[in-house]
Design a protein around this ligand. Structure first.
Ligand code: HEC
Ligand code: HEC
Length: 327
């Protein structure tokens, strides 16, 4: 073939084809980038502010409750919204039953702060939330996100906190609307409501409610397990009435668990953990279990024992509970 072509022209392409060939990688990259933008546009918008959520379009706005962090929001839509809903209200496409946590409405369960004890508020520290994301929630649909870079996990922590703030403010507003309706029957002046002062007061109340409480003291280092400690823990397990819910063998089948009115605060059925299964939602380390027993699990019937059971007895309880795990 080559012999009949003029020398040097065997592989030469016409000029315009050559140009297109040289440009094609750039066109390809451009196309991918452009389609990326197109897809991004289709993603749901950032969660709406509190006013549209309640339908209270009063025209007044609270500028610093806007959800502004684009990264945390995008990550949330990508990794969490299917279960938790795009606005964190626990109603995602996955349609879980019981639903995933409704941030700011349901209490957080896996906290290390004493405000859970004082007010039942259960406001976690950033580290608590980070730990939950890193570990996932064993025995629940919530997977571990330990494969994501830490910076992304922190952005997600920030996003969860934003949902909480917005929801708490919404709840306070709903409360004041209710009070307003009640008051208007008694001749309450409508116009004086929603004054900047009233709104600021509500914002401050919400701020107090979402403030992270103090961390309580964990035994450090956590004492090693001993056969005597475990035996003592078993006695405390009965004495401190753990058996009434978790059952004599810790299987989660105590008499209280059979009561039809044994419910969580959000009305879902409460299920005492089967402690022999080795699945601890708030983490399986002795520290984690100590926190659960000391502080209780907010939003569920699992009580706080820290005020009634001495720390040494809680340590023994932890070792006893760990010994129930069937391997
Ligand atoms: C497959 C469903 C699913 C996905 C995906 C998911 N979650 Fe969850 N999440 C749940 C469920 C269910 C619970 C409640 C578990 C329970 O209490 O038993 C929960 C609970 C939580 C809690 C509450 C922890 C506490 O202390 O009470 C946080 C925080 C949380 N999820 C954050 C996230 C974030 C952030 C993402 C995305 C990175 C995410 N979840 C993805 C299902 C999911
Ligand atoms: C009134 C009933 C009740 C009593 C009393 C009770 N628990 Fe629980 N406990 C529960 C429920 C309900 C859960 C599950 C909460 C949830 O939905 O995550 C639970 C969960 C737990 C967990 C699992 C924590 C985790 O991370 O998954 C441990 C450990 C535990 N209880 C230990 C104890 C010990 C020890 C006592 C006694 C000091 C005790 N419980 C007393 C109801 C109870």
């Amino acid at each position: 073939m080559n012999e009949i072509l003029p020398p040097g022209q065997g592989f030469r392409l016409p000029k315009f084809r050559l140009i297109i060939l040289m440009l094609s990688p750039f066109l390809l990259i451009g196309g991918v980038v452009a389609s990326g933008f197109a897809v991004n546009r289709v993603l749901p918008e950032q969660p709406a502010g509190p006013y549209s959520k309640t339908g209270l379009t009063t025209g007044t706005s609270l500028p610093d409750v806007e959800v502004e962090n684009p990264d945390g929001n995008k990550l949330f839509l990508l990794h969490c919204a299917n279960c938790h809903g795009a606005k964190g209200d626990g109603v995602g496409l996955a349609g879980l039953n019981p639903r995933a946590r409704y941030f700011g409405y349901d209490k957080f369960k896996f906290v290390s702060t004493t405000n859970a004890a004082k007010t039942g508020g259960g406001m976690p520290t950033d580290d608590d939330l980070f730990g939950t994301l890193k570990r996932g929630i064993a025995g629940s649909p919530m997977p571990s996100f330990g494969h994501l870079p830490d910076a992304q996990l922190w952005a997600l922590v920030g996003q969860v906190r934003k949902f909480v703030r917005v929801e708490v403010i919404v709840q306070r507003m709903k409360d004041s609307v209710k009070t307003k309706a009640e008051l208007s029957e008694e001749g309450f002046d409508e116009k004086s409501d929603w004054s900047p002062v009233a709104i600021e007061k509500m914002r401050q109340m919400a701020e107090m409610e979402v403030a992270v409480g103090l961390s309580f003291a964990l035994p450090n280092p956590f004492p090693e397990s001993t056969p005597e400690g475990i035996a003592h823990g078993k006695l405390i397990f009965e004495k401190a009435a753990c058996v009434s819910c978790h059952g004599t063998n810790g299987k989660g089948d105590g008499p209280q668990s059979k009561d039809p009115k044994f419910l969580n605060e959000n009305g879902t059925k409460a299920v005492p953990r089967d402690l022999t299964a080795g699945l601890f939602k708030g983490g399986a380390a002795p520290d984690h279990i100590y926190s659960r027993v000391f502080l209780g699990i907010p939003g569920t019937p699992m009580p706080m024992s820290g005020l009634t059971v001495p720390p040494q007895d809680i340590i023994d309880l932890v070792h006893y509970v760990k010994s129930l795990e069937q391997r």
